[in-house]
Design a protein around this ligand. Sequence first.
Ligand SMILES: [Fe+2]
Length: 164
Amino acid sequence: MTHSADRKTTAEITTFDTSKIASVIITLNEVLADTYRLVLKSQIYHWNVTGPLFVTLHDLTEQQYTDMFTAVDVLAERIRALGKPVMISAEILAAGPNGQDADASLTADGMINDLLSDHEALALRMRALVAAAEVADDPVTADLATARAGFHEKAAWMLRATSA
Ligand SMILES: [Fe+2]
């Protein structure tokens, strides 16, 4: 056996069902794009929020986009570990089906509600990814998606509590 023959992907060294892992990879690419969009939206609100909630939302959005920016890299690298290309582009980011575009003219409460609904949607997408990864016998992606669902559920709670 040559050295290069030992260079296998995660998909090759495990027992993934090809069709099941394909749907995991599609969902990973989708949540990657959704997460990236929410990084940008959170930054737009971080910069443009005004009013009495300025400091609260300015700081909260920074914590959240910083975490999500790190998560984008982790999600992308999981796709690569599974042996597939990362399907992200400016076009894909612009064509997001989930959530509305950032509106810098919103009030602080409007920004909170918009971010809240995006975090709730992403939490559900991450839970769907956990289920798909479990079906595909991929506990590593299931763990990653579980952690991301936890982040978005916590983010939603903090936003909800801020506007209460
Ligand atoms: Fe800043």
